[in-house]
Design a protein around this ligand. Structure first.
Ligand SMILES: NC(=O)C1=CN([C@@H]2O[C@H](COP(=O)(O)OP(=O)(O)OC[C@H]3O[C@@H](n4cnc5c(N)ncnc54)[C@H](O)[C@@H]3O)[C@@H](O)[C@H]2O)C=CC1
Ligand SMILES: O=C(O)[C@@H]1CCC=N1
Length: 257
């Protein structure tokens, strides 16, 4: 399988790391300075878009929303039945087909954790994508994280929860680290403690299952320490704030469409 990455920025290069494990990967970017990083990663470099398309079986569109339209118009009539996978936030299958023409398209929403093979990746196929196309997609992209086939109507919410998710998790981690510093740890000590606690908590939930609120009751001893912290989170509407965060992120994604 030969995969051509259009746009070798944050996401294009992150995907390159995972996709090269099971496919021959070539990249193209209008910013030639990205070439060095691609070659260092063992990824080929195409001198132009036409060369990339001619030497790929599947194309990954990894440019910003503002740049996607002109790329798709440049690809029009050149796909030769190949699959286009778009990770552009808010860009619907319908809009892609308006720009590209009636071609095989998979709308995909990953997150940056594809860089370490632990991405959360949603996808939806248009009606022209055949079973073998989807299998080829899953074979390569499953090397970059967990795949979630979703209805296109949930893609904007997935973008908010998972696509933007690493930024919200990093904000949570940063706040806990600062809290640790406030109590007397160095920042590095606090980060080590926080990351161990989050990693252990995730593993506990994935290993034993159950509902997060059940786990909170296992940790919060009667009249103990934890419940004082939970009280602050409830009083300051921690859950409500996160719901609004995801709602506004989802709405912005809809606006991009
Ligand atoms: N950053 C993230 O965590 C996520 C981003 N996305 C989506 O991925 C897409 C890319 O995002 P990033 O990688 O963060 O952006 P980026 O700005 O880091 O990378 C985009 C790359 O596209 C290149 N480019 C621009 N016009 C081009 C053209 N005509 N032909 C070839 N290359 C061109 C730019 O030079 C740049 O290197 C966006 O549509 C974004 O919505 C999706 C999920 C997560
Ligand atoms: O912030 C953005 O628009 C992109 C899409 C999802 C994550 N980053």
């Amino acid at each position: 399988m030969r995969i051509g990455i259009i746009g070798f920025g944050n996401m294009g290069s992150a995907f390159g790391e995972g996709l090269k494990k099971s496919a021959e990967v070539v990249a193209f970017d209008t910013d030639a300075s990205k070439k060095e990083k691609a070659l260092e990663m063992g990824i080929g470099w195409a001198k132009d878009l036409e060369f990339l398309v001619a030497n790929s079986d599947l194309l990954l569109l990894a440019v910003k929303p503002k740049d996607a339209g002109k790329v798709l118009e440049n690809l029009r009539g050149k796909m030769e039945g190949k699959v286009l996978v778009s990770i552009v936030a808010g860009l619907s299958l319908k809009k892609i087909e308006e720009l590209l023409g009636r071609e095989k398209v998979i709308r995909c929403m990953p997150n940056l954790a594809v860089a370490v093979g632990k991405g959360a990746i949603a996808y939806v196929c248009n009606d022209l994508v055949e079973e073998r196309d989807e299998e080829n997609f899953k074979e390569s992209f499953s090397k970059c994280g967990s795949l979630h086939k979703v209805e296109e109507g949930l893609m904007d919410a997935f973008t908010a929860l998972a696509g933007s998710g690493p930024a919200f998790v990093m904000k949570f981690i940063s706040a806990l680290c600062l809290a640790g510093v406030r109590e007397g740890f160095s920042y590095q000590q606090a980060m080590d403690i926080v990351l161990d606690t989050i990693e252990g908590t995730v593993l506990m939930l994935r290993t034993f299952g159950g509902h997060p609120e059940e786990w909170i009751s296992k940790v919060a001893s009667p009249s103990g320490t934890t419940i004082e912290g939970i009280k602050v989170l409830e009083e300051r509407s921690f859950s409500g704030i996160l719901m609004e965060c995801i709602r506004e992120t989802t709405n912005r994604c809809k606006q991009l469409g």
